[in-house]
Every structure is written in C-alpha cells, then in structure tokens.
Design a protein around this ligand. Structure first.
Ligand SMILES: NC(=O)C1=CN([C@@H]2O[C@H](COP(=O)(O)OP(=O)(O)OC[C@H]3O[C@@H](n4cnc5c(N)ncnc54)[C@H](OP(=O)(O)O)[C@@H]3O)[C@@H](O)[C@H]2O)C=CC1
Ligand SMILES: O=C(O)C1=N[C@H](C(=O)O)C[C@H](O)C1
Length: 267
C-alpha cells in the first residue's frame, strides 16, 4: 500500500482525489489538511464525507499531516504549494503538484526542492490533454508559418488564475515548435485599433462561466482553411485519476522534477 497525504482536502480537486485514494486497493489515505482557519480543521474527515477513513482528522499542520506519508498530492494555491513542497523536501516525501498560477519564483523554489525529492508538477494530469500537447506540437511543425495560431480556454466561474496553466503550457509548446519565444509572441488582450495581426503572434483567450470543467482549443488558421483541436473535460475525475497515477509512479524515483509526459511515457 502506498501511503498518501492530500493537501486542500475540502477543495474541488483535493476532495475528489482523496476519495479516489481511499477507494483504491493499492493506496491508503494517511493524512489530510486544510488552510488554518478552515471550518473543517480539527474535525474528523468523516464528519464531512461518508467515504472518509475511520479516525482521520483534518489537520491544520502540513508537517503533522504528512509525517506518515510516502507521497503528498497538492492541488491548492501557489503560496501554499511552495510551502508544502519545502516541507516534503525537508522530510524526504515525494510530491505530486497540480496547482496552477505558479510564478517564475515559485517554479524556481519547486526546482530547488526537486533536488532532494522526486516531484511531478503538471498543469493538467488528464491523459487526453497530455496527448493534446503532442498533437498540437506535431500540427504546428507540419503546418508551418502560414498558419496563425490561437488558443482558447474556458473554465468555471470559481477559477482563480488566468489563463489556465494548461493554456500557458500549450502556448509554450507551440512557441517552441515554431521557433518563437513564448514571452514575445503571447497576445493576451486585443482591444481598440490594434492593427493587423502579426504573423508571430500566438493569441490566448480566456472564458469564465458557470460550471465548465475545463476546455482547451488550439486553432490553426490560414487563408481558406483552418484546423481546430479541442479537448473537453467532462468531469474532474480525469485529473484526479492522473494525480493517482502520478503518485504511484513517483514513489521510488530518483530526486528530480518530472511531469505527466514522464508519468505517461509520452517522452
Ligand atoms: N493539474 C491538473 O490536472 C489540475 C489542476 N487544477 C488546479 O488545482 C488547483 C486547485 O483547484 P480546485 O480544486 O478547483 O480549487 P479549490 O479552491 O476548490 O481547492 C483548493 C483548496 O486548497 C485549500 N487551501 C488554500 N490554502 C491552503 C493551505 N495553506 N493549506 C491547505 N489547503 C489550502 C483551499 O481552501 P479555501 O478554499 O478555504 O481557501 C481549497 O479547499 C488550482 O490551481 C487549479 O488550477 C485543477 C484541476 C486539474
Ligand atoms: O482550475 C481548474 O479547474 C483547472 N485548472 C487546470 C489549469 O489551469 O490548466 C487544469 C484544468 O483545465 C482544470
């Protein structure tokens, strides 16, 4: 049995991941925690959800919640994730991180932590999106510079970061595949007399509405034709199952920073 602790247990992802962990035959949920002033802190997880293991309390202390774990799964917020990663590194516990909206500084801290422990960091843990990453790279190379590239993403009204981590990763992949710099080619806003589209632009557009789980489209358009490649998540279970797959994969690996492409054997 692989011993798992889950951060942000009350969150949309944290709660689903924890339930799937507690239902899996080869995984066991040994710890969970929430932010310090959360109403669930100090209560048995069973007081909130029927599937919870008997006796498991919701902690406010990540250090206590992870002390018996081999791997931590963290889908929370960037400022919490970097602190959790430091704790995992100091205690020698593997980490699976799905949090998006990470800054360059946050990434550097994660890289530093990953010198001590194996860590999977990925903005999207679904199999479909990870295949989408490869498909758009291939399409961009085949289509060449005559095709304009635009990315459109749509998510639920509660999402805090924009554009999504997945959309940014798509942009970085597309920029690399076409020999551009993502920082110089990304166009986040068009408003007013912005002039004609420049060939090097990669537009990235954001929709937020209702309960959309997560949708990403890459559009390649030239004069007279276009290709659109879309991924739509029907539920959060794709991401949660990916996180469990990453947790099983990362235990026993050498220290280092890995992503879902490594977990899924796509690289
Ligand atoms: N990689 C992937 O495949 C996916 C990534 N994500 C990403 O995962 C993250 C979480 O998404 P989602 O579950 O929808 O968001 P939620 O807001 O539903 O969940 C985040 C949880 O973390 C809690 N939290 C905040 N601070 C701390 C802390 N210091 N310690 C412990 N828990 C804390 C929040 O509590 P409170 O609300 O009280 O602040 C909340 O319960 C986002 O960055 C999202 O983009 C989402 C889906 C898939
Ligand atoms: O916040 C979400 O919900 C999601 N976030 C991830 C992202 O920012 O890419 C992945 C997924 O699309 C759902």
């Amino acid at each position: 049995m692989i011993r798992v602790a889950v951060a942000g247990i009350a969150g949309r992802m944290g709660s689903r991941i924890a339930q799937l962990v507690s239902e899996a035959e080869d995984l066991t949920l040994v710890g969970c925690w929430e932010r310090k002033d959360h109403p669930l802190v100090g209560k048995p997880l069973k007081s909130a959800v029927a599937w919870a293991p008997e006796g498991l309390m919701v902690s406010e202390s990540p250090e206590k919640a992870v002390e018996n774990a081999e791997v931590v799964i963290d889908f929370t917020v960037p400022e919490a994730t970097v602190e959790h990663a430091k704790i995992c590194a100091s205690m020698g516990i593997c980490a699976v991180i799905g949090t998006t909206g990470l800054s360059e500084t946050d990434r550097k801290i994660l890289e530093e932590c990953a010198r001590k422990i194996p860590m999977v960091v990925a903005p999207n843990m679904s199999v479909g999106v990870n295949v989408l990453f490869r498909l758009v790279e291939f399409a961009a190379r085949l289509l060449g510079p005559d095709f304009d590239i635009e990315i459109v993403e749509a998510h639920h009204r509660f999402k805090k970061d924009a554009p999504s981590g997945t959309a940014i990763k798509l942009g970085q992949i597309l920029a690399d595949a076409t020999g551009r710099s993502w920082d110089n080619s990304a166009v986040y806003v068009r408003k007013g007399i912005v002039g004609e589209r420049k060939p090097e632009e990669i537009g990235i557009q954001v929709l937020r509405a209702g309960d959309i789980v997560g949708e990403h489209t890459v559009l390649f358009a030239s004069l007279g034709e276009r290709i659109e490649i879309t991924h739509r998540a029907h539920s959060r279970d794709n991401f949660a199952r990916g996180a469990l797959r990453a947790a099983r994969w990362v235990v026993g690996k050498a220290p280092g920073l890995y992503d879902m492409q490594n977990v899924l054997g796509l690289v």
